[in-house]
Design a protein around this ligand. Sequence first.
Ligand code: BG6
Ligand code: MG
Length: 216
Amino acid sequence: MKKGFVFDLDGVITDTAKFHYIAWKELADSIGITIDLEFNEQLKGISRMDSLDRILAYGGKENDYTKEQKEEMAADKNANYVKLLEDLTPDDQLPGVKAFLDEAREKKVPCSLASASKNAPFILKKLGVYDYFNAIVDPATLKKGKPDPEIFVRAAELINIDPSEAIGFEDAQAGVEGIKGAGMYAIGVEGHEPLTQADMTIKSFEELNVSELLEL
Ligand code: BG6
Ligand code: MG
């Protein structure tokens, strides 16, 4: 029997990967590194600074900048990203998400958020689903990023359930690995890349209903 749900945000509740891509591409272009959509797949689920490190390594510039310069670059990227988020509305929820959250609320199933994004509360509010979450992990308090299980273990703790009683939702390979590492049941929301290690994969939340999942 399962008792609670742990959600990733980007790529699960809404599709922000396109905005991350636009903002990272602009930053990368400004320092002479060309990234493409295929490379962008590797940034899913990865923290802001780890993403910048991957871009610099991809362009062979991993030793070219000081910590302060990198912090400035990450802040510039984020400022552009947040500008793009301004236009988010409840219409940007991915299909089936709202109905699923409504059913979870009705059945009093606790939900928590395990997103690497420091913009998560802002995005949830823009989408009109902030109140559906009983807890949101603050990624600034974590020692390690995904694929480490830490964020998922914390997300289960915050809703007072054991990871074995939780179902985790993820669109990124690093995230699915984290969910499995935490000892949870993993549902992969598949976009471009196939997700290995997931216990179940779906194209959208429209395929799911809460009661059936609780029986797992
Ligand atoms: C994850 C995204 O949800 O959040 C990553 O998949 C992103 O691409 C990470 O880098 C951190 O997001 P933010 O909003 O804190 O820069
Ligand atoms: Mg994601």
